[in-house]
Design a protein around this ligand. Sequence first.
Ligand code: ZN
Length: 185
Amino acid sequence: MNECIFCKLVRKEIPSKVVYEDDNCVAFLDVMPRSKGMCLVVPKKHYTFFDEAFDTSSKAFDIALIIGKKIKESLEPLTVFFSVIQAQVPHFHIRVYPVYEDQIPLGENQPIETNEAELTELASKIKSVYVDWEPKKKEVVEVIKEVPVEKKKSKPKERTEEEVKVEKKKEQEKDFWKRRNLEMA
Ligand SMILES: [Zn+2]
């Protein structure tokens, strides 16, 4: 039997305050929260690192965003932080922390005090928010931008003194032959 605590929570062998559930993930309130309303998004499948199941991890991130939005609208924190640290439980999960004024809910902070009644109330508040956002499959289209080639305007070449001289001489020669031809005619 799998002794993983998150697997037990997923199988409902341990009671938890679930705020969201679908075929891939469960989200519930952390019983030792770093801030009021802190939730965990846990894939139903047991694996430790994000790249062991890319597709499921991706769905978990989508759900984490939805939970973040639900928390923001129901509990009105300043913002919401997210973290993925597989240090304590070797079952992939995303932590969703509401951030209230003067409080940075870091993982290394001591858990705040809570109780069954408060957790029940928080769960029903978070659950009551409807988030109008569906994770969609996005097609990644690689756009290759054409880099416009900078057209160099050819500047009229500056003629050197020597070139000017040569040209002048040529003109003079032409002139000479012109005159001479006329004379010969
Ligand atoms: Zn597990």
